[in-house]
Write a protein that binds this ligand. Structure first.
Ligand code: IMP
Ligand code: MG
Length: 173
C-alpha cells in the first residue's frame, strides 16, 4: 500500500545545506585527510553528495549496523551487519549518518570505533531528531533538525522503500 508522503525539506534545500556542510568540513580538516565512514544504507546518498563537495583528500569506507527491524519502532538491539574493509587506526574518521534519533545506534557505534584507535572521531548527520534523544552523544555536524515525525527520502526508508526520493518527506502513517 502506498503511504502519503509530504515534502518536509525540498531537494534544493537539501543540496544547498550539504554544500554548506562540505565547506565547513573542508575548513575544519584543512591540511588533513578525512576517512569517511558511511553507515549503510541510509547514509549513502548523503555521503556521496557530501564527499563530492569536500575539498580535502578523502577516503571512503562502509559499515552496516542495525537497531531497527522493518518497523518504525526501535528493537533495542544493535548488530554489525557489515564491518569496515580497512583499519581506522591513526586516521581522522568522520562517521556519516542519515539521522540521529534516540542515539542508541551511534552511541554504541562511536564507542566501538573509538576502541580501534583513530586519530580523531567525529560525527556528521544529515538529520537530527533532538526530541527523541535518549543516549548522550556529541553530534559535530548536523544538516537539519527535524520534528518527531517519521521521515523518508535521501537514503531514509520506510519498510525499505522511499530511499531514492531526492527530498526529505514525512510519512503520514
Ligand atoms: P537511533 O539508534 O534511535 O538513533 O536510530 C538510528 C537509525 O534509525 C537511523 O540511522 C535510521 O536508520 C533509523 N531511523 C530513525 N528515525 C527514522 C525516521 O524518521 N525515518 C527513517 N529511519 C529512521
Ligand atoms: Mg542510519
Amino acid at each position: 500500500m502506498a503511504e502519503k508522503i509530504s515534502v518536509l525539506i525540498s531537494e534544493e534545500a537539501v543540496a544547498e545545506r550539504i554544500h554548506e556542510m562540505a565547506v565547513q568540513i573542508s575548513r575544519d580538516y584543512e591540511g588533513r585527510q578525512i576517512h569517511m565512514i558511511c553507515v549503510l544504507k541510509g547514509g549513502v546518498f548523503f555521503m556521496t553528495e557530501l564527499s563530492k563537495h569536500v575539498e580535502v583528500p578523502c577516503s571512503l569506507d562502509f559499515m552496516a549496523v542495525s537497531s531497527y527491524g522493518d518497523s518504525t519502532v526501535s528493537s533495542g538491539i544493535v548488530k554489525i551487519q557489515k564491518d569496515l574493509d580497512e583499519s581506522i587506526e591513526g586516521k581522522d574518521v568522520l562517521v556519516v549518518e542519515d539521522i540521529v534519533d534516540s542515539g542508541r545506534t551511534l552511541s554504541w557505534l562511536l564507542k566501538a570505533l573509538q576502541q580501534r584507535k583513530p586519530n580523531s572521531l567525529k560525527l556528521c548527520t544529515l538529520l537530527d531528531k533532538p526530541d527523541r534523544r535518549r543516549f548522550d552523544i556529541t553530534v559535530d555536524y548536523t544538516g537539519f533538525e527535524v520534528p518527531d515525525v517519521f521521515v523518508v527520502g535521501y537514503g531514509l526508508d520506510y519498510q525499505q522503500r522511499y530511499r531514492n526520493l531526492p527530498y526529505i518527506g514525512a510519512v503520514e502513517i
